[in-house]
Write a protein that binds this ligand. Structure first.
Ligand code: AMP
Ligand code: MG
Length: 491
């Protein structure tokens, strides 16, 4: 057998949830990269070194036995405006597999051709967004963030036409599921309560089996999704990650990060940073992410109201209380993440102030987010004399003033400075997917068919806490001439 042992639970839902839709074959597929470790987890059977066969399979040219290709229906708020009919316009779900440890995973081709939801689009993807998603989603996974993953990337041998002709490509995305807040909105906006209930029951069984016997399962579902979302966004914030397009169709109820279109990691820290070319108003700026996350959860709650209680006033009251809890869950998760980044395990009441004051200083001095936190593993041994950290600030006094407070605070810890330093090595990454390197890799691949930077980036980012000096050097902040200020949606 070649392929996977498919078990397609979503395709067993009523027909209103999706449309049957096969990938459109491409002219000359060629494999860019295959994720062997992930393939093994998914139970891939077949010759994982047969690049030609893999290119046929992960371009959609060759359909695997047991696959039941569909495009899923969803709606969504995009930049605040509601669109009742989106759906997978350029993605085809090949099917689901259950891993050896019992986890269900979607396998989806992105860029596989037109679907019934394509509207005016061509259903294709240029190479750039495919490489970006591969790099960033796999980097996020290596950083320990809940995320969709990349199983394969292929070029199609065809051109796609945007403002200019570009090489086409297809990404194979793996996710716990592709069920979005927007999937719930699709049925809620049509007042299709039966389908809404079927969807909610499917999600509970698939992602939150623990609440199936709950007295109020749909309220508990809201609680679970709110908690996952609040913790996910806190995790993003602790890495300087900006999602860039937090529309409700890009929010998975499983709590995984999805859609790596206009995302980016910050270099020098500023809370108002925005990269996305389509986000002129700064709706999805770094510091807005928790508030937007809560707003998205309120939209999710609205869809569940008919299921939560027969009395709608009562449903609103109960759902509102859960949405209010987002703030407390987020704040606690944020504090947990940033305490850990400073080597603090004990809990002290003024820790939040200490962290916020550091972030303020970093913003004032345009300090590189990743380098600063990484430097703390050495700084912890002698905070006042921390050469690498000091070099990130203009003048010594700003850092030294804060370092004196940190130093006092570290004395309340039960660990030696050496132990704290060792712990920090696994918490603050040495490297993140810097935008200028991603752009460089995309350009070399798109214009010169040279994938060496892409492959090198993948290799380095697969172990972000452990890199050689040479790799760390290459992964440093951009020179002024290398800075990338805008990222683009993957369309
Ligand atoms: P995205 O920006 O990928 O989140 O897509 C937003 C919406 O536009 C979704 O409904 C997509 O399926 C659809 N879409 C994006 N790009 C294309 C394309 N090239 N062809 C067809 N539909 C697309
Ligand atoms: Mg999207």
């Amino acid at each position: 057998m070649t392929g996977f042992l498919f078990d397609n639970s979503y395709a067993r839902l009523p027909e209103v949830f999706f449309r049957t839709c096969e990938p459109t074959p491409v002219a000359a597929p060629a494999l860019i990269r295959f994720n062997h470790a992930l393939a093994a987890q998914l139970g891939y059977q077949g010759d994982a070194d047969d690049a030609e066969l893999l290119a046929q399979i992960f371009s959609g040219n060759q359909l695997l036995a047991g696959s039941r290709p569909i495009a899923t229906a969803y709606a969504g708020h995009q930049f605040g405006g509601f669109n009742p009919r989106l759906g997978d316009g350029r993605a085809v779900l090949l099917g689901e597999v259950v891993t050896a440890d019992g986890q269900r995973r979607d396998i989806q081709l992105k860029g596989a051709g037109r679907t019934p939801f394509s509207r005016g689009g061509d259903g294709r993807s240029p190479l750039g967004p495919v490489l970006r998603e591969y790099l960033v989603s796999e980097a996020m996974h290596a950083l320990g963030v809940a995320t969709t993953r990349a199983l394969a990337a292929v070029t199609t041998g065809e051109r796609v036409y945007r403002d200019k002709p570009l090489p086409g490509a297809i990404l194979t995305r793996v996710a716990a599921s592709h069920i979005r807040v927007g999937t719930f909105q699709f049925f809620a906006s049509q007042r299709d309560i039966d389908s809404l209930k079927a969807l909610a029951d499917h999600v509970i069984e698939r992602h939150f089996a623990g609440i199936s016997g709950h007295a109020q399962p749909y309220l508990a579902l809201l609680q679970q999704v709110v908690q996952k979302q609040a913790e996910l966004i806190a995790h993003w914030m602790s890495l300087g990650f900006i999602h860039g397009v937090m529309n409700t169709d890009n929010v998975l109820v499983s709590g995984e990060t999805i859609d790596y279109g206009p995302c980016a990691f910050m270099d020098s820290f500023h809370p108002e940073t925005v990269f996305s070319s389509i986000d002129a108003g700064g709706r999805y700026a770094y510091q807005m992410q928790p508030a937007v996350g809560q707003w998205n959860m309120a939209r999710f709650a609205e869809t569940l109201l008919p299921l939560i209680a027969a009395d709608q006033d009562q449903a609103v009251e109960q759902a509102t209380a859960v949405i209010r809890d987002f703030v407390g869950i987020y704040d606690a998760a944020w504090l947990r993440c940033f305490r850990a980044k400073l080597g603090l395990r004990a809990v002290q009441s003024d820790d939040r102030q200490l962290i916020e004051d550091l972030l303020d200083l970093m913003a004032q001095h345009s300090v590189d987010f990743t380098l600063l936190f990484r430097s703390l593993q050495d700084a912890v041994l002698a905070p006042q004399q921390a050469v690498q950290t000091l070099a990130l600030f203009h003048g010594a006094s700003a850092w030294q003033g804060w370092a004196a407070r940190w130093s006092q605070r570290l004395e309340l810890e039960q660990q030696t400075p050496e132990q704290i330093a060792a712990g920090l090595r696994g918490i603050n990454p040495a490297v993140i997917p810097r935008n200028h390197r991603i752009e460089q890799a995309i350009q070399a691949a798109s214009e010169g068919q040279d994938f060496s930077d892409f492959q090198r980036l993948n290799r380095i980012l697969s172990s972000p806490f452990l890199v050689t000096d040479e790799d760390a050097q290459w992964m440093g902040p951009p020179q002024p001439s290398e800075k990338v200020c805008k990222t683009f949606c993957g369309t």
